[in-house]
Design a protein. Structure first.
Length: 264
């Protein structure tokens, strides 16, 4: 879908204030997310059918309200509205403190389930078509062993389901969480695949989740979302225990080598 279908022409009696109101509504509803670049000034003025001076006036108002930022030579972008959700010090603490990491998973489990249930209930035909396309991309990436495309399809699916929930607060908050996860702040997807082996289980979980939303089955969608996060948690607990055993085995080996070298 082109941006032309997103922005609606402005009536002559409205002008700058109406431009502001329409873009604010797109941001508030989660259609325009933080970091999203707006169309060029010329294209946007044409879509809205307002003069470029009136458009500049509207964009200035939006910038004064902290909703957009203009980067010279780059364009106008939706501002960072939810930040990074957590300060660097807290993120570093999560990396060192396992209980905090599992608190994050517990939080995400409930939000993912809530989003999936709402998406199954409220998702439009356009939402479901998008989810179906992402599932196809997910399967293609898995077949072709395209790691980058597989990861992007993973994030895209979760984001599409949250978008289909039609809950603006959930959309903005989860977008922030997904961005952190995308950067590997909370966990590395490759680690999950190492537990899974081929990544087939992850694929099957995503297909079940997406299809349940497409089918409009609220209970099944929520259950699939919970099962996916449960798998993530169980995998990391297994991984932590495996690393602990490996560390202990290495210490025993080093002690044995020391004893052999010292002749004791």
């Amino acid at each position: 879908m082109t941006p032309t279908a997103v922005f609606e022409p402005i009536g002559h009696e409205s002008l700058a204030d109406a431009v502001v109101a329409q873009i604010e509504d797109l941001i508030a509803s989660g259609i325009l997310k933080q970091g999203r670049k707006l169309p060029s000034e010329r294209d946007l003025a044409e879509m809205l059918r307002v003069s470029r001076p009136k458009l500049r006036e509207a964009l200035q108002t939006l910038e004064e309200r902290g909703l957009v930022v203009t980067q010279h030579g780059e364009g106008t972008f939706v501002a960072a509205l939810t930040g990074s959700a957590m300060l660097p010090a807290l993120l570093a603490l999560y990396e060192r403190h396992e209980p905090a990491f599992f608190d994050y998973l517990e939080y995400r489990r409930e939000q993912e389930g809530f989003a999936a249930r709402l998406a199954a209930r409220r998702g439009t035909s356009a939402d479901k078509e998008r989810i179906s396309e992402i599932l196809q991309e997910n399967e293609r990436a898995w077949r072709e062993k395209d790691q980058l495309a597989s990861q992007e399809a993973d994030f895209a699916l979760h984001a599409a389901i949250v978008d289909a929930s039609q809950n603006a607060t959930l959309i903005h908050m989860m977008a922030s969480i997904y961005e952190l996860t995308r950067k590997g702040v909370f966990y590395n997807r490759e680690f999950l695949k190492s537990i899974d082996g081929t990544g087939r289980l992850l694929l099957e979980q995503h297909v079940e989740l997406g299809q349940a939303v497409i089918d409009g089955d609220e209970a099944r969608a929520e259950k699939a979302a919970h099962a996916h996060i449960d798998f993530v948690e169980e995998s990391f607990r297994f991984g932590i225990e495996r690393r602990r055993r490996e560390a202990m085995a290495e210490k025993r080996r080093m002690l044995s080598d020391y004893r052999s070298a010292s002749g004791s």
